[in-house]
Design a protein around this ligand. Sequence first.
Ligand code: ATP
Ligand code: MG
Ligand code: MG
Length: 542
Amino acid sequence: HKPGENPQVNPKLKEQHLDFTKGLVYTRFPPEPNGYLHIGHVKAIMIDFGYAKFHGGRTYLRFDDTNPEAEEGRFFQSILETVRWLGFEPWKITYSSDNFQQLYEWAVELTRRGRAYVCTCSAEKMKEDRGMGKGHPVPCEHRDRPVEESLKQFERMKNGEYPEQGAALRMKMDLTSGNPYMWDMVAYRVKLAPHHRTGDKWKIYPTYDFTHCLCDSIENISHSLCTVEFIPARESYEWLCDALEVYKARQYEFARLNLQGTFLSKRKIAKLVTKKLVKDWDDPRLYTIIALRRRGIPPGALLSFVSELGVTTSESVTEIKRFEASIRSYLEESAPRLMMVLNPVKLVIDNVPNDYRVPVQVPLHPKVPAMGTVTTSFTKEVYIDAEDFRTEDSPDYFRLAPGKSVGLFKAPFPVSYISHSTDSTGKVTEIRCKLEDDGKIKKAKAYIQWVNVPDAIKIEEVRYFKPLFKSDPPPADFEADVDPDSLEVHKNAVIEPAFYELSKQAISDAREESEERLKKAKADSAPVDTEHKPIEGSEAAK
Ligand code: ATP
Ligand code: MG
Ligand code: MG
């Protein structure tokens, strides 16, 4: 629709809708609970919740739970938790499955109106009839069967008399249309797996295409916001509401968030997890929200990144570099600066006395004094990273090498190279230096991290990760493209003690916060379970 054009043809339905909403904006965020949310969902959540919030409206969190096989309780819980972690509170929490009875009755009504039929063609035959190879669809023998017969067959489907894939209820749409979404889409299929919420009550389940628009209708959604790949689906969305003469929401589309070198799809991520190609849903190489959170990215940084990208309808792929720069600039003012050495090599400073150990208070952040200070002691022996020293110097190298000086962060003076020793394999085992404490070298060309030897805390394991896939973008056969070297584990890293103190504090804060959030989520979702009646004043209630 062009802006301003109203697709609502029936003035009476429009009136009923406005009676319910009082003209407020009603939106929904409708994830399928088949996995943990990813960074693409941050965008959808911000648009769905943000648009309504901006206009003083309301947003449902609707679990689109029409696929019994893929859904698990932990996914419902984590989706709600993630929405809250990002700072949004659903007006109501609903489930597509709440409407199974109503949807079923509408399917019967659609059939009665001659707008749906039961088809027992095989999946292959259906695919072929829908135009595969021929370029246009052809009707199958079931399309014009009598209404009574379809009703009887649909009843048999419901009673579990058909195996999975044995029969489907198809909408009788428009085979002459140029839009494949109008080619007699499936409305109901047989599924024998028990459903997470309705158990084994149902043997038939509505498809996304049948469910989505009707749930929007039941919930009186004013703006049905979705991603651009649903533009062609808008015609069938409206077709179904019109065929049943129920309130029809207006669909608006926005471009998906795509990230370079990876994909954002719960279904595909689930494959990586079940095939153990990543450790779990929070593996740091994934762009799930729990993984990003585990990497220490606060919700505000994700919101700020998505805001920077803006909302348009043109598809684009955002570079990982841009994502990282955005997160870094968000953290710039709030992240404390502490030192860690990944691959330690000992640096001995000749002109510092053996027992020299003067604690100094150093600021946690060079530009934010309010963050406070930590204690660091400078000593004769310190660890530096093996990467910060080269046995052969070159003009474009500014760290430590024979004949060179380098600055040690937060230390009083730079140090200059004297000598180094190696083991039988040529690996550097120790470097000797001199502290330039006469003030001749004012400012070093580069500063490196260090940890003093007596206070160094050894870290059990440091994980360092690179892109998960070898190709960019990952190919269709993405499982074979996983780079086994994308996760490096370092066993020798050391940190300064302040790091440990701060992270102990941060961990206990985070634990408290998450326990509180869980408690709140539980308290809030408990009454929701008793609230699954159709919403007062909605089509369903009538
Ligand atoms: P699946 O692979 O199971 O389809 P999904 O990752 O596409 O999972 P959905 O549950 O289908 O997630 O999506 C929930 C909502 O989030 C939908 O409204 C969808 O349009 C939106 N969404 C999903 N992926 C993105 C993305 N990359 N950018 C913006 N919005 C997205
Ligand atoms: Mg989906
Ligand atoms: Mg999807």
